[in-house]
Design a protein around this ligand. Sequence first.
Ligand SMILES: [Zn+2]
Length: 378
Amino acid sequence: MSDIRALLEISHYAGRDLLLAQGGGGNSSVKSADRTRLWIKASGLRLAQLREGFGYVELDLAALVALVRDPLLRAAPRATAHAEAVRRVQAAVFGDNSLRPSLETTFHALLGPVVLHTHPIYVNALTCLAGGQALLAEALGVLPTWVPYAAPGYALGVAVDQARAASGEPAPAAIYLANHGLVAAGETAEAVIAATKRAGALGKRVFGALAAEALETMAPPAGLAHWASELAMALQRLAGWPAGAAVRPTCYGALHGAATEPERWLAAGPLVPDDVVYNGRRVWVAPAQMPAARWLSAQPDAQGEAGRLVVAVAGRGVVVAAASEALAEAMEATLLAHVLIRRLVARRGTARPLAPEEVAYLAEMESERYRQAMVGTV
Ligand SMILES: [Zn+2]
C-alpha cells in the first residue's frame, strides 16, 4: 500500500494550506503500479481528512479512461454527458463504499501515477485574470498547458485530455485550468508537490506577495454579531433553514476589510466553480443601517437560497449563514480565496468572471449539490 502513502502525503501537503485548498475543494489520486486501479479522494471531503483506509475510493482505471474517450458521450449534450459520466464513474468503483469518488475523477484517470489538483490563490490570480494565459506564458518563458474553462466533471475531463494532446508533452507536470486551478502530475509525491510549489511561486512573482495578515482571523467588528443574530432569527421563520443553522460573522479579517467596497471585492460575480458550489450564485450586499430582518424580507431571492447565504453588510463586514458549522467554514474559506484572488488580479489587470450561463449551470449540477451537502455531514 505504498501508493496510499503517496496519496496521503500529497493530500495532507495541500490540505493544511489555505492558500492551496479551501473547504472541500481540490483533490488527489494515485494509480497502482500495474495501471489497473486508481485511488482518489472522495467527493465533499477535505484533503486534510484523508487517513489510511478512510476518505478515498478505489476505481477501475480502464473504465475511467474509456469513459472520457467515448465518442458517443462526446457527441451528447453536456448535461446528458455529465449525468452519464457521474453514473459510470460511480459504476467503476470497486467494493462497497458509501463515499462517492471526486467529481473530477475523469481528468485524474488520464494523467501520471500521482496527481494533485488544487485551487491555489496565486495560480488562480493568473487563471482568473483577463489575459492571464499570455502573462503566464511570458513568466514561464514557454507556452503553458492551459485548459479553457470547462465545467467540473465530464466536460473538464475532455478539456484536459485535449489540452494535454495539444501541448505536445506526453506528461505535462503542471496544467493550468482557466477560472479554476492547477493540476500537478508526476511519478512521485515529491515531484507533484514540487510542481505545485513552482506554480505558486511563479504566481507570487507575477503579482507580488499577499499582505502578511491576509489569512488572519479576527473578532467580529462591533455590531456585526448582533446583525447576524437578527438574521438568524429571521431565517428561522423561513422554510428550508434547519434549527441548528450557523449564522455568524466570518472569522477572516480580509473579508471584513473587503466589505468597505463590497461590490468590487465580494459581489462582482463568481470567478471559479467553488464560488458557486459553496456560496451560491451571488454574494448579497445589505446597506449598513438596515436591520437584518427588514433587509431579508425585501430579498425574496435571498430567502430562496435555503441552507447557505453570504451577506456583505456594507462598510461593516461579512455574515455567513449555513445549514451547518462545517459548511459555514467551507463557505468562508472559499470566499476568502475569492477576495484574495481579486486583490491580486487588481494589481495587474481585470478579472474575468465566470459567464452567467456557466454560473447557472453550476448551480444546477446535481453532483455539486451532493458535494456541498457532504461538507455538512462528514
Ligand atoms: Zn477543482
